[in-house]
Design a protein around this ligand. Structure first.
Ligand SMILES: Cc1cc2nc3c(=O)[nH]c(=O)nc-3n(C[C@H](O)[C@H](O)[C@H](O)COP(=O)(O)OP(=O)(O)OC[C@H]3O[C@@H](n4cnc5c(N)ncnc54)[C@H](O)[C@@H]3O)c2cc1C
Ligand SMILES: NC(=O)c1ccc[n+]([C@@H]2O[C@H](COP(=O)([O-])OP(=O)(O)OC[C@H]3O[C@@H](n4cnc5c(N)ncnc54)[C@H](OP(=O)(O)O)[C@@H]3O)[C@@H](O)[C@H]2O)c1
Length: 541
């Protein structure tokens, strides 16, 4: 005989909510008393609502705990970063696979790009430019793992408040997904004769698009491929340039739609489908990141076609196998307070030879030689991720920017000058040769004379037999630098991510140890603390 028992009271507080058993029982009783329970139509409150009711922040679920994200260090190789994230949920391994520069080229920072992929909100898996093919392969493998995981291991459908901030689209020019149009005004070579470098001061007119920016932001540009390279690819492909393709021609798509730089894995996969024997084996090996002939790193799209001569892929399949042509970012080197309706950039031209062929950096050579003043370009402003002047204009700033790394500091100085900021400004600039690579020499000397630039410290790496770098100069004036830090100075570093940024940080740690009477560990902790407080900011690439 069954007893006529009332239905069990449904639990209003989910099992996963961050409460002890005692708290859960109390809360369930509390809510049961507040509402009439008939077993139907009762919705559990969310973890956040429940926590808010008892005055606590929701505890972090284990899958949300990044353990301090130790892999978030651009100087670590991918294998090491993945080791650090080993055993962590896919969300964090995805983040560890990114290049950790927070450079913004993908439209996010590393944490939010990986989260967007994890949440299924971002389908483009190959946006991490500094990570290159290595990161793209790892991200794809993790994405495959995620797709094949049992439902329980997959991310729950994101609640609106929890979703990764998607790459913002907004008004035209505010994101890479919705660019505006700017007009190239002028370019001027910054190096003098005798230099080994070719760096251009580039100016764009923003008055028609009305785009605004702040110092510290970067400017995104959509480049086009070199027409001579496009023609060479068409010839190697053996297809007519006017082959129709979604309302366009093969030539037009090769010009502005796809990257002709490193040949992607997909291209070799395509080759493996339409070849046989040894050639298929080779193409397969290349498609999984192996290097059968020791030339994999030299294979751009044209070199890949030349390596498999006579191959005749269907032009549309060929285009589908290529990566989209990505925009490039440049640190803005002007203040909008001084250059109203305009923006300036400081661009180093990338050219190098492999075998008999000269390779061209797509965007830098587009700006240096292919675009003529008056040309219209698709552009956007990439808002800085924690890289900007202190809000308090009295705070002293120390800026370390060798080479093109000086770009944002020209902007910072213009801004401080325009605002009549009383804070002191110290610039460390370095490059190869004093007589031909001193960018903005006249401007900086004028700023020095007028007092805007309190100190200007220069390091020339090829003036003498001995290489002098900015960090050598920092050590030489370590006592003064320490005194500025003691006065609350903010430190900024811009330029090369791979070597310079790391070496500058080591120099700062050494200065803290020597002049701040700290042991090595305390000195490292001091610099880490500067970073945490936003007093040590980097814009590196
Ligand atoms: C936030 C941010 C700010 C930046 N600011 C600036 C700036 O102010 N000024 C500036 O000049 N750049 C800046 N850059 C870098 C810039 O975005 C581009 O990466 C750079 O101009 C090269 O782009 P490209 O299209 O000309 O070259 P790509 O076509 O992208 O070619 C560059 C690639 O060529 C290869 N390569 C280059 N040299 C060699 C070589 N000698 N041997 C073999 N391979 C080689 C490397 O794989 C390299 O990644 C910034 C980047 C970021 C992320
Ligand atoms: N992606 C590319 O293809 C490409 C091409 C060019 C530049 N870049 C990058 O673009 C950035 C800026 O290039 P850039 O032309 O402006 O200048 P750069 O090549 O970074 O050189 C600027 C100055 O920094 C010096 N330098 C070299 N190693 C250093 C170190 N470990 N610490 C401190 N200073 C160091 C250089 O000296 P020496 O050269 O005499 O040693 C030079 O005097 C860098 O990231 C660079 O790697 C990329």
């Amino acid at each position: 005989m069954t007893q006529n028992l009332p239905p069990p009271i449904p639990s209003l507080v989910p099992e996963s909510a961050p409460f002890s058993e005692e708290q859960r029982v109390w809360l369930n009783g509390f809510f049961a008393g507040l509402i009439s329970l008939d077993g139907f139509g009762v919705t559990s409150i969310s973890n956040a609502q429940a926590a808010a009711l008892i005055g606590g922040a929701p505890a972090q679920a284990p899958e949300d705990d990044d353990g301090g994200a130790p892999w978030h260090d651009q100087t670590l190789p991918l294998a090491e970063r993945m080791k650090m994230a080993d055993g962590k949920p896919v969300r964090w391994r995805l983040m560890a696979a990114m290049a950790q520069q927070d450079c913004g080229q993908c439209g996010y920072d590393c944490k939010n790009y990986s989260k967007a992929i994890f949440d299924g909100k971002e389908e483009r898996l190959n946006l991490c430019v500094p990570g290159g093919k290595e990161t793209a392969r790892m991200v794809k493998a993790l994405h495959d793992e995620l797709k094949s995981a049992p439902a329980a291991a997959k991310p729950a459908a994101p609640q609106p408040a929890e979703a990764a901030p998607a790459a913002p689209v907004g008004a035209p020019g505010c994101s890479r997904d919705n660019p505006a149009t700017a007009t190239l005004l002028s370019r001027k070579l910054l190096n003098r004769p005798g230099s080994e470098k070719e760096t251009w001061h580039i100016e764009f007119d923003l008055s028609a698009c009305g785009l605004d920016y702040a110092v510290g932001d970067a400017f995104g540009l959509f480049p086009t491929n070199d027409p001579a390279l496009v023609e060479a690819v068409i010839k190697a492909l053996g297809a007519p340039g006017d082959f129709p393709m979604g309302g366009r021609t093969l030539r037009a798509v090769l010009h502005d739609g796809v990257s002709l730089s490193p040949a992607p894995d997909m291209l070799f996969q395509l080759f493996s489908y339409i070849t046989g024997g040894e050639r298929r084996k080779k193409a397969r090996a290349l498609s999984v990141g192996e290097d059968p002939d020791g030339d994999a790193t030299t294979l751009d799209v044209l070199a890949a076609l030349e390596k498999f001569p006579g191959i005749r892929p269907d032009p549309e399949a060929f285009i589908e196998a290529l990566d989209p042509l990505q925009p490039r970012l440049y640190s803005i080197s002007s203040s909008p307070k001084v250059h109203q309706g305009r923006v300036t950039l400081t661009v180093d031209t990338v050219r190098y030879d492999i075998g008999k062929r000269r390779r061209l950096g797509v965007c830098s050579t587009c700006l240096a030689e292919r675009l003529v003043p008056g040309a219209e370009v698709k552009v956007y402003v990439q808002k800085a991720h924690a890289f900007g002047l202190p809000a308090d204009a009295n705070v002293p700033v120390i800026m370390i920017g060798p080479g093109t790394g000086v770009a944002p500091f020209r902007a910072f100085l213009q801004e401080r000058q325009a605002r009549k900021a009383p804070g002191r400004n110290w610039l460390f600039f370095g490059h190869q040769r004093s007589n031909c690579d001193f960018f903005y020499e006249d401007e900086f000397k004028e700023m020095k004379a007028s007092g805007v630039l309190t100190r200007l410290t220069l390091a020339w790496s090829r003036d003498s037999g001995e290489k002098i770098y900015v960090q050598d100069r920092m050590r030489e004036v370590g006592r003064d630098l320490w005194a500025w830090l003691a006065d609350g100075a903010h430190v900024y570093v811009c330029g090369d991510a791979k070597r310079m940024a790391k070496d500058v940080e080591v120099a700062l740690v050494d200065i803290a140890a020597q002049h701040g009477a700290r042991n090595a560990e305390e000195a490292r902790a001091f610099v880490a603390e500067l970073k945490k407080k936003g007093r040590y900011q980097q814009d590196v690439y």
